[in-house]
Design a binder for this molecule. Structure first.
Ligand code: XMP
Length: 510
């Protein structure tokens, strides 16, 4: 590990990962660890400071999570946020008061210590975001009260000699007026160089990949055309050249002309790719299947079989994956570096094939991956592409899957996406696509009666895809899409627009 690092101990706050985000925005690399992490699991020359997150528990409860006091001997500055502050106070014999009810929301604090290093360069009165039950009544020996609220609650405490700090409010939340400035002050106290950015990340990662793969090692990676696998491919390619072999599997359930599109996007790079057209096999396996779960299972299994055969043929000992930090967090429950198990994008393949995993993006958030992609020269339209589900168009084709239905859907979808791009709405939506419904309706075209398929357009805005709102697309745009689809896609005579949010609906249809 080359970059300097702040260890963030997660005590269960809903804001823990926001702390990581804020630090990175300030040029500091932060990684989240479980709260019971052992000192030797996080120590190292690169460790510059520790942040203790907030959490839902009370430090006064016997079962409340604590931290290994050996962390204090690591000699780096420590900032406790909310629960973290109370923990520092409790463990250093300060007095904690149990609250009758939780204080939640905006509050104002006043910096009472002019020599405060945490609040250096800030106005005395400032708006902050509080979310706590207990609070520190008396600060431990060696600490000064740095700030109070109007109710004279201890809002911040400092032990400047030991460089240990506590704040009752949440600096990582944008409602806290000087939150970034406070975190920056803490980073200065940690003597962080604040030079973490996508460019440096690439340099460091390349070195790390060299070390992991060794001089003769080869890597195989499933390239899907999505931003994650594309950026992972370019990064690995930059590190080990043609010792990276990509495998692109056309399942026959991809967007229109997808293989050509991806081939063009990567034409400028010296990337070794095996282009596999497995559409016959996938569509054959799916013949007559209408149950959504069964479709997913068939596609997952078939993908693994096809990919495994191609990957084995390369003789590679390493499997590259575009796993991102949120996947890592999700699969480990919490935390980043001390992982229980890895998230596998291609379910269980590494164990099955006895391969070692290479996941060069596992410390990055999506927007950081995009920045890395841009620096590596990935074409903008791939960088900003909406996510596309693993099972592909199958989850947008309720009912039986046939080549004809896939083709109708691809054509309608391509028109919708083209119009979204032209109107500037593609970037304003998080995901948008067409769905071919298993319904035929009557229509009239010219003087002729038609009895054809019906297509739904879905466009959503979402932060994390766990919840989503339907995108309020302009009526003129929707009208243009409907007209073009019905006129240009023979077999569709009706278009509807889906205005359901998630929940209660999901984003995809199956
Ligand atoms: P839902 O439909 O559950 O989708 O609201 C949420 C997000 O996940 C994507 N999605 C998938 N992605 N494999 C994937 O890689 C899948 O099986 C899968 N199913 C849904 C979906 O496109 C949306 O972005």
């Amino acid at each position: 590990m080359h970059h300097e690092r702040i260890a963030i101990l997660d005590f269960g706050s809903q804001y823990t990962h926001l702390i990581t985000r804020r630090l990175r925005e300030l040029g500091a690399f932060g990684l989240v660890y479980k709260s019971d992490v052992k000192p030797d699991e996080i120590s190292g020359n690169d460790l510059k400071g520790i942040i203790l997150s907030g959490g839902p528990n009370s430090v006064l409860d016997m079962a409340a999570p604590g931290m290994d006091t050996g962390l204090l001997d690591l000699g780096v500055p420590i900032l406790g946020i909310c629960y973290g502050m109370q923990l520092i106070a409790r463990d250093s014999r300060g007095k904690i008061c149990r609250a009758a009810k939780r204080e939640y929301g905006k509050s104002t604090i006043e910096v009472t210590d002019k020599n405060s290093v945490l609040f250096k360069g800030m106005k005395a009165k400032q708006a902050v975001w509080m979310s706590h039950g207990d609070h520190v009544e008396t600060v431990p020996d060696g600490y000064t009260v740095a700030a109070k609220t109007s109710d004279t609650l201890v809002a911040a405490m400092e032990n400047r000699a030991l460089k240990r700090f506590g704040i009752q409010f949440h600096p990582e939340v944008t409602h806290t007026q000087y939150g970034n400035k406070l975190l920056l002050n803490f980073l200065h106290l940690c003597e962080m160089s604040l030079n973490w950015n996508a460019g440096n990340f690439i340099k460091e990662k390349i070195e790390e990949i060299h070390k992991q793969i060794g001089p003769g090692g080869t890597v195989v990676l499933g390239l899907s055309g999505g931003v994650d696998s594309s950026v992972a491919a370019l990064l690995l390619n930059k590190a080990i050249g043609n010792r990276l072999i990509c495998v692109f599997v056309d399942t026959g359930l991809m967007r229109k002309d997808e293989m050509c599109h991806v081939q063009n996007a990567f034409a400028q790079f010296d990337l070794s790719v095996k282009w596999i057209d497995a559409s016959e096999r996938f569509l054959g396996e799916l013949d007559g299947v209408t149950d959504p779960e069964q479709k997913r299972k068939i596609i997952g299994r078939t993908f693994i079989e096809v990919f495994e055969r191609e990957a084995k043929a390369t003789g590679a000992k390493f499997l590259g994956q575009g796993t991102l930090y949120p996947d890592v967090i999700e699969s480990s429950g919490i935390g980043g570096a001390v992982l229980v198990k890895s998230h596998h994008n291609v379910g269980g393949l590494p164990e099955r094939m006895n391969m070692k995993l290479v996941e060069p993006l596992r410390e990055l958030f999506k927007d950081e991956v995009r920045r890395v992609g841009l620096i590596l020269g990935l074409p903008e339209d791939l960088v900003w592409r909406h996510p596309f589900p693993g099972p592909g168009l199958a989850v947008r084709l309720p009912g039986a899957i046939t080549r004809e239905r896939v083709s109708l859907l691809q054509d309608a979808d391509a028109i919708f996406i083209e119009e979204l791009r032209k109107s500037g709405w593609y970037k304003l939506t998080s995901q948008a696509f067409a769905v071919l419904l298993p319904v035929q309706t009557v229509g009239i075209m010219g003087d002729e009666r038609t009895y054809e398929s019906m297509c739904a357009l879905r466009a959503v805005q979402s932060e994390d895809f766990m919840t989503a709102d339907w995108a309020h697309l302009p009526h003129e745009l929707l009208e243009r899409c409907a007209q073009r689809i019905v006129n240009e896609v023979k077999g569709i005579n009706r278009v509807v627009f889906d205005i359901t949010s998630k929940p209660p609906a999901t984003i995809e249809y199956e």
